[in-house]
Each structure stands twice: as structure tokens, then as C-alpha cells.
Design a protein around this ligand. Sequence first.
Ligand code: CAA
Length: 380
Amino acid sequence: MDFTFTEEQKMIRDTAREFAREEIAPTAIERDIEAKFPTDIIKKLGELGFMGMMVDPNYGGAGLDTISYVLAIIELSKVDASVGVIMSVNNSLVCHGLNKHGTEHQKTKYLAPLATGQKLGAFCLSEPEAGSDATKQHTSAKKVDGGWVLNGIKNWITNAISADYYLVVAQTDPEKGHRGITAFIVEKEFEGVSQGVKEDKLGIRSSDTATVTLQDTFVPDENVLWEVGKGFNFAMDTLNGGRIGIAAQAVGIAEASLEDSIAYAKERKAFGVPIAEHQAIQFKLADMAMKLEAATLLTLKAAAQKDAGENYIKLAAMAKAYASETAVQNALEAIQIHGGYGYVREYKVERYLRDAKITEIYEGTSEIQRIVISRMILKD
Ligand code: CAA
């Protein structure tokens, strides 16, 4: 497999790198402390074409491949993983499904503003009692004249407060199990839609996470996404792509942990020499670099397989599980290398660990990824 990047892919990576350095880095620490949503940064990312990277240009998208998308998320997440997840959710969990399954009307009305960053989207699958076991949806959608009436609570929703549009999964026919679930496009302004308070999180604090409640919310028939009864398949298909985005976010954190550790180890002296000259530190850096390389290659391979139109479910799950675990391990080692300085906010590595942990949990825990991988290899 050839991983020589095209000129276009290199250009996307360099643009993201420069944007991250110039526009994101200066306020990353402050936004983490204050848990402040990066509204202006997201608007600018939209102007750069980063909020709908793989969307058809006819609907405002950049029409790029998944490799370019991965490269951009790595660069942004190296500097601020909160920005990485906001962008990943809008691209992978919202725009992807609309681009693939939306009607002409849905694409013109909802996808175009989402892809250009004028509007922001959120993906509403999880519920207080339906996380890993995603078929157990309590949110109901009852058929009425001209549409559906939705009732329920969605939990742990990234972009919940800042989003304009929600893709909501609800039970339309409980008798049919996962085939009785349907996806709907819900506008924030629809009657009965409300958001909970922003969760006070350990990491990715600048992104907003909250509940979304639907109380007797009328959604017109034209806002059914794909088909009635296809909502669970829609969610699973969407999450496959999302897992590549989260893998890229984790690679970014793992890379930042390594780069900061190398810089610190060359500078900090102990026992008369820079600590980089001690084998104890060298071995840590070597392990971090090795795992980072493997995580990056796995993520790029999953992206390449998706771009080739092949089945990428197993590789996306592998990339997500491996990269997220690498991010946590690299961040932990970065703190160890920094010693006491790694434990305080003056250095960024403590944030890397706080941000890394969620990548092992959302869009399918590491345990769920292992279920997906084992099912795929056992049926081969
Ligand atoms: N890709 C495509 N289709 C899939 C699939 C996948 N990865 N996994 C399952 N399916 C399909 C199956 O083919 C089957 O299709 P049919 O209708 O044709 O039969 C259907 O889905 C049901 O499959 P299963 O019987 O295997 O379903 P299951 O109940 O055993 O669940 C699971 C499988 C893998 C555990 C799944 O429930 C799962 O992935 N759970 C984790 C959910 C998750 O990732 N949640 C994160 C929420 S999003 C988020 O994090 C919020 C955010 O804002 C970031």
C-alpha cells in the first residue's frame, strides 16, 4: 500500500497545521480552563472548507477524500482535541449521513449550510439507558398526519448546545427491534426541543456535551432520513466513518505527547546531562514513537479502504481502539517524562491525558470495538 501523499493532501495537512498554530493554539489553554466553545474557530474552519470535507461540492462541500480528512483532524487535534471532535462530529456523524442518504430537499436545506460551517450539527443516538447497547432506544416517534411526534432524552451529545440541526434516532416500531428504528432531521427551533446544561467534563472541555430533550416535537415526513426502519443501520454506518475521525483525533494527541516529550527531554537536565541521554527516557520515547507510527498507519489504512469503496468496518474499529489506547499511553508517558511539571497546567501534557481518555469511550468504547473486530474476523 502506497502512503505517498498527493500534492492536494499535503496542502490540506499544511493548511490545517498553520491554522492550528495561528488560530487555535493561542487560546487552547484558556478555552480548556473556561470550558469555552470555540465559536469563531469553527466559523473559520467552515470558511476553509473543513466542516464538510468529504461532502459533494454541489452541496457546499470540499469533495475531498478521507485521507485528507484524517490529516486535517490530526493537525487540529495535536493543538486542541476539542476542536478535533467538534469538526469530526459535524463531518462524519452529520454531513456523511446526509450526503449519502439525504433527499435533494434535505441536502439543499440542511447539508449545504452544515458543510459550509454556517450551521453546526449533532448526532443523537445515545440515551441515559442506551449507550453501548444502542438498539435499546426509549425515544419514541409516533406517526401522525404529515409527520411524526418525538418524545425522549438523548445523552452525551457532542455539539448539543451549539448545534442548529440534530440527527435523531428514535423507535418507530418497538415490535421490530432494531428494524423499527428511524432517523430524523430535527431543527433546534422545532417546538419542544431543549438542551441540558453543559457537562463539566474531565477533558475536551472546550467542546459542549449535553442532553437533548424532545417533548412532543413534531417532525415532518420530509425530515425522515433514508427510510423508516433504517435508523439503526444508518447509525452503524455513520459510526464506522466516525471511528476513523476519532482515531485521527487520538493520533493527534499521541503525536503532540511525543513531540512535547522529545523537546522537554532535550532541554531538561538531570545528573549532569539532558534527560534524553538517559536510556530510561530513550526507551519511553522509542515506545511512544513506535505506537504512534502503528496507530497512524492503521488510521490511514482504514481511510484508504473507505476511499477505495471497500468494507472498512473492521479497520475503522481497529484504528479507533488502537489509536485511542496509544493516545492514553503516550499522554501518560509524557507526564512521566515531564515529572512534576507534567502534572501542572503550565505544560500541556496533563491536558493531553484528560483529552485522550474520552477517545477510548465515545463513538463506541474500546470494548465495543473489540466486539466489532472479533465478529468480523470470526465470520471471515
Ligand atoms: N456497520 C454497519 N452495519 C452494522 C454494524 C456496523 N459496524 N454493526 C451492526 N450493523 C448492522 C448489522 O448488519 C445488522 O443489520 P440488519 O438490519 O441487516 O440485520 C444490524 O446492524 C444489527 O446488528 P447486530 O445484531 O450486530 O446489533 P447488536 O445489537 O448486536 O449491536 C454493536 C452491535 C456493535 C454492539 C452496536 O450496537 C454498537 O456499535 N454499539 C456502540 C454504539 C456506539 O458507538 N455509540 C456511540 C454513540 S455516538 C457518540 O459517541 C456521541 C457523540 O456525539 C460523539
